[in-house]
Design a protein around this ligand. Structure first.
Ligand SMILES: [Zn+2]
Length: 521
């Protein structure tokens, strides 16, 4: 049997230390569900002591535990001179109610001295007390050795003492962290293969400061580690963490190691893009495997060879990771994704005319700048229209918006809308600060009498992305709107050269999605 390798995702904790990476509570919950669907082994949800948002996140998963992955709460060992039972950090970790906890401790003597300002014996006691405390509470305990590689280079004997102490205290994994990211693959091999036997299983956690985090992780596994910590899209502090979007395909497609998520590898491109959308960061085209350019070829001879024998021009197939040679979803990957998404409306065959028609529509829409990975509700409406099970909530006759700005006084927008809904001609008016708010208010004003469900719905997030920045003011914008009825939430998308028009599309989709799925009597 090939050796089992565990994937540990820390996007929601270490990844969020990255420049420009920010997720709302709802984003974090949705990302966790996607990672769980992919069957990532461990998902580090965050640091329960950090904020109310983090605490609320863990509360959410007490109510609905994950299907596959083990949720992990992250924190540090007890403080110097305290007891584990009375340390508030340890208690917050325990209260997170997760099956596993990761605690970070010092393994570099210089940090024990200068940062913790305690003795090397007390540092060992802090580690062993904290681990035994959680083991006694029935938790799986992952121990992160901060600055392990630097510590080992300075005082190997002390770093090994820390590993042995953690093992004896019952740690389920000792994770060697390259916190400053300064270690090279050759050093990783030498250090890991030189470790004593009979330690708890080894994990690795690399940062990309030398541009070698993925390589270090792979050689770490070959040298004997069985657990890799990394982030989706390689996000993380400074230059980032080891990129799981490279490591996972590398291990699944090019080695014999056994990974739980092997069967789901084709979800990884969509997962990567989903996270870019949620973080409102432009996807990195040149990312290995999952980037738009990963399987792109210039026309001419290359393309010709591709037609005849693609294996001569590509190291793996784009479909294996859910990416494709074209910029859009490929025929095959696209159809199976669509069939999976249509499951709630019945069983559809990949060859059916409805699936083909939907794929054609989606390709056109995507070429126009629509993105459905993070706008499932808009996708649902496109699917309903194709399947003939869509009921329009409204038809626009016209709207009129006027924005005012005088001197230093805040701006104001007034608006009027004429529309038809269920055969009735309706008029609404609204006032707001900006045009989108005013448009939303006017539309609700027109519809509220006949559609009281609107009262339950509110807009909770609004994101704008410029699609072709080289066009300056004439560029297209893509708007994402998140709405909620306070028991669940959904996302919609709109695209136009005009930001008000793009917002209008996403607003109408938002209400029509609810109308079609929940509100219709
Ligand atoms: Zn880190």
């Amino acid at each position: 049997m090939s050796r089992k390798i565990y994937i540990y995702d820390t996007t929601l904790r270490d990844g969020m230390q990255g420049l420009g990476v920010n997720f709302s509570l709802k984003d974090k919950i949705e990302i966790t569900e996607k990672l769980d669907e992919m069957q990532v082994d461990y998902i580090e949800g965050g640091f329960p002591m950090a904020s109310e948002k983090e605490a609320a996140y863990f509360e959410e998963f007490k109510k609905k535990p994950l299907k596959f992955a083990r949720l992990v709460a992250f924190g540090s060992t007890r403080g110097p001179g305290k007891s584990a039972g009375s340390d508030p950090h340890i208690q917050a970790l325990l209260n997170a109610g997760t099956p596993a906890v990761t605690i970070v401790g010092k393994s570099w003597l210089a940090h024990v001295d200068k940062v913790l300002k305690t003795s090397k014996e007390e540092n060992l006691a802090m580690i062993t007390d904290s681990i035994s405390y959680f083991k006694a509470k029935g938790k799986e305990v992952i121990f992160d050795l901060e600055h392990f590689f630097d510590g080992y280079k300075a005082h190997p004997e002390y770093s090994i003492e820390v590993l042995k102490a953690a093992t004896e205290a019952g740690a389920d994994a000792n994770v060697l962290c390259d916190t400053n990211g300064g270690t090279l693959p050759s050093e990783v091999i030498k250090i890991i293969t030189g470790l004593p036997e009979n330690l708890a299983p080894i994990g690795v956690h690399f940062h990309d400061d030398c541009g070698t985090a993925v390589a270090n992780s792979l050689v770490g596994i070959d040298a004997g580690a069985n657990h890799i910590q990394g982030t989706i899209n390689g996000w993380g502090e400074r230059t980032g963490n080891a990129n799981l979007c490279s490591i996972i395909p590398d291990l699944c497609l090019k080695t014999d190691y056994d990974l739980s998520l092997k069967e789901n590898l084709s979800q990884i491109t969509s997962l990567s893009r989903f996270l870019f959308e949620k973080a409102n960061i432009i996807p990195q085209k040149r990312q290995p495997y999952v980037g738009e350019a990963a399987f792109s070829h210039k026309a001419g001879q290359h393309a010709d060879v591709l037609q005849k024998a693609s294996e001569l021009m590509e190291h793996v197939s784009g479909e294996s990771v859910g990416n494709s040679r074209q910029i859009l979803l490929s025929e095959l990957a696209g159809k199976s994704t669509i069939v999976r998404k249509l499951e709630k409306y019945g069983e559809f065959d990949k060859k059916s005319s409805q699936v083909s028609e939907l794929l054609t529509i989606l390709k056109e829409k995507e070429a126009d700048g629509y993105e459905y990975e993070a706008a499932e509700a808009s996708f649902d409406l496109v699917a309903r229209k194709t399947l003939g099970i869509y009921t329009p909530l409204l038809e626009l006759n016209n709207y009129h918006l006027e924005s005012y700005k005088t001197g230093g006084i805040p701006s104001k927008t007034v608006g009027r809308i004429y529309l038809t809904s269920e055969g009735k001609q309706l008029m609404g008016a609204g006032v707001g600060i900006g045009p989108v708010e005013t448009l939303d208010a006017s539309m609700r004003d027109a519809l509220k009498l006949f559609h009281p469900f609107l009262d339950k719905i509110s807009l909770i997030d609004y994101k704008v992305r410029v699609l072709n920045p080289e066009q300056a003011a004439a560029a297209k914008v893509r708007v994402f709107i998140t709405s909620t009825d306070h028991s669940h939430s959904w996302d919609t998308v709109g695209v136009s050269e005009n930001i008000v028009e793009a917002s209008w599309e996403a607003l109408v989709d938002s209400l029509e999605y609810y109308y079609n799925n929940f509100a219709k009597e």
